[in-house]
Structures are given as C-alpha cells and as structure tokens.
Design a protein around this ligand. Structure first.
Ligand code: AMP
Ligand code: MG
Length: 322
C-alpha cells in the first residue's frame, strides 16, 4: 500500500533510498505529479512502464537537477538548446536532443533522441539533489487517465502499485511541459504545454526563425495516443455559453457539471469556477476527476482563446471531449 510522505528531510531520504535501489516514487513537479525512477537504469524504467501501462514506444522525459547535468544525458548541446535552457530552466520546457550513450533505449522508447528538462518545484529539486542523478518521470497516472495534480490523484490511480508518493500540495501550473525539438536552429514545438508557443521566440533573433509547430504529426510519440479520458462525456461550448447549455441539458434530465467563469445555475453541479486561463489550467485535470467522483454524466466546459497556456488547455480539452 502506498505511503504519502511529507517532503521533509526524512521523507526525501526515504524516497531517494527507494530510487537508489531501482524503485519508483511519486513526485510533485510544477506541471503535474511524476512517476520517478533512475533514468539510466533499464530495470527501474521498466517498472515505470509496467505501473503506468504505458506503450513501450512512448518515451519518458528525463529530469535534471540543473543545466550543468545536460552533458550526462545528451550527445550534443546545440546553441539553440543552450539559449532555451538559459532562458526557461528551471521550468516547464522540455528539450528534445540527440541522446548520449548513458541513456538506455527503454528510456527513449527506442529513439535516438532524449527529452530533458530541469523542473521548477522545490520538492522535485530536493529529490533530484538527494538522489544525485537524472530521473525519468512521466505523469503519475495510469495510461489514458487525466494527469494527476495532487498526491491524492496519484494514490487514486497508482496507490496499489507504488510504495511512496511525496506530497507537495497541488501543482501550481497544472498542465504538462511544452516539448520542443531543439536539435536545429529553430524551436519546433512537438507538444503544446504551459510555456506559451509565442514566448519561445524570445531566444530566436530574426522573425523568420520564429517557433514552428511540428510539420509531422506524431513527431512526439505520446501525442499519438488517446489521452486524458475522463469517465464522463465532455462537451466544449463557446466562452460564456456554459451556464445556458448546462441548464438546457439539466432540463432534459441529465446529471450535468459545469466548468466556467460564471456560477452554475440551479440543478447543475459547479465542478470548477476560475478567474483566468491560468486558473483553468491549474484546475483542469482535478476538474475532470472531480466530475467523475460526482457521477456527472455530461461536463460542460467553456472554450478559451488559443493564446499562451490557452493552447495547451484547448489541446487537452479536445482530447477529453473526443
Ligand atoms: P509525459 O511525461 O507523460 O508528459 O509524456 C512525455 C511526452 O514527451 C510524450 O508526449 C512523449 O512522446 C514526449 N517525448 C519524450 N521523449 C521524446 C523524444 N525523444 N522525442 C519526441 N517526443 C518525446
Ligand atoms: Mg502523461
């Protein structure tokens, strides 16, 4: 049975000891909770894939304590990668680079590239320090479930297969990192995430070198899989249209939940109410899980503009509604 540990010195030491013996622990990051194991130990990584039920060709993100560690896991730090790392790390930007020889192929899903980032969360940073090496950590959910943003979500999904999760409270960002191919001279976005697409341009000098969306779908293997599947129907409506649509569905006798900026009308379950798009991002996955726990049949969610973190939010909502 899983133990939820406070991330104090004792808790961190227990978690680091499990990692050193090839085990797996739940760890908070600023994006979502991760399922962490020694990135350089194939047996430890096999445990992550088994616990999550993750397809073997869906590679893991390797987490580092600092940019100085990059040379341990990549073959070459391109000038673009150096600039992106300098500007965005620690933070929710994942760089895809040519993998170094120390990284086992199970970690990279058999690819010649590896995905890396330095997380910006005090508990993840402390655990990386205590362990003293790179940690692979995909989201700590069962494959196909919404990503976990609290320790309780990790327990709900993986409690039976996990010894320890460090409790760092609710994740401040709430959606996953932006994944960028940094092997060339221009950042190529492989997966939308919490670092705004448009913000990546700060490291590129000229307008014709602005960030690009990936030309080949599936360049980031994880985006091929169906993700973020709540056990209720999700209906995306226009901004502002949520309460009226929810009331109409409720009048048809359905059990309806609402995620919107406005209050839920009578008879509708208010699953989440937010002030701005960052607030929605932070609560999004918890809202999907809360809707299930409340036995909601249809969850009405208002669309948000696709700028900044709104791109990632709409990407996740479309997958949940699909
Ligand atoms: P997760 O850790 O669950 O957020 O998933 C990690 C994401 O990073 C998935 O969408 C992976 O496909 C992507 N990823 C990891 N390694 C690579 C890589 N070498 N090339 C492209 N995408 C990657
Ligand atoms: Mg995931």
């Amino acid at each position: 049975m899983v133990e939820v540990l406070r991330p104090d010195t004792a808790g961190l030491q227990i978690a680091a000891r499990i990692l050193r013996t090839g085990g797996v622990v739940g760890m908070p990051t600023e994006t979502v909770y991760g399922l962490a194991a020694n990135a350089l130990d194939p047996d430890a990584i096999a445990r992550i894939f088994a616990i999550k039920g993750r397809p073997a060709d869906n590679p893991l993100i390797v987490h580092l304590a600092s940019t100085d560690e990059l040379g341990r896991v990549v073959a070459e730090v391109t000038p673009l990668a150096a600039r992106l790392a300098h500007h965005f790390w620690p933070g929710p930007l994942t760089l895809v680079l040519e993998a170094g020889p120390a990284v086992p192929s199970i970690t990279t899903g058999g690819l010649a590239t590896v995905a890396v980032r330095v997380p910006d969360h005090p508990v993840a940073a402390a655990l990386l320090d205590a362990f003293g090496g790179p940690l692979a950590a995909p989201s700590a959910n069962r494959s196909g479930r919404p990503s976990p943003t609290t320790a309780a979500h990790v327990v709900a999904d993986l409690g039976s297969d996990l010894a320890v999760v460090l409790d760092g409270g609710a994740c401040p960002v709430g959606v996953e990192s932006t994944v960028v191919d940094a092997r060339g001279t221009v950042p190529v976005v492989l997966r939308e995430g919490s670092i705004a697409h448009e913000d990546l341009g700060v490291v590129t000098a000229s307008a014709d070198a602005s960030p690009q969306a990936s030309p080949h779908l599936g360049a980031s293997p994880g985006t091929r899989y169906r993700h973020y599947t709540p056990r209720c129907e999700v209906e995306l409506v226009a901004g502002g249209a949520g309460p009226a649509r929810a009331a109409a569905l409720s009048a048809e006798g359905r059990r309806v939940g609402l995620v919107a900026t406005a209050a839920a009308p009578d008879g509708v379950i208010e699953v989440a109410r937010y002030l701005d798009v960052s607030g929605l991002a932070q609560q999004l996955y918890a809202a999907l899980r809360d809707a299930e726990l409340a036995d909601v049949e249809v969850l009405v969610v208002e669309s948000v503009p696709e700028v900044g973190v709104g791109r990632a939010v709409m990407d996740r909502l479309r997958r949940a509604a699909a």
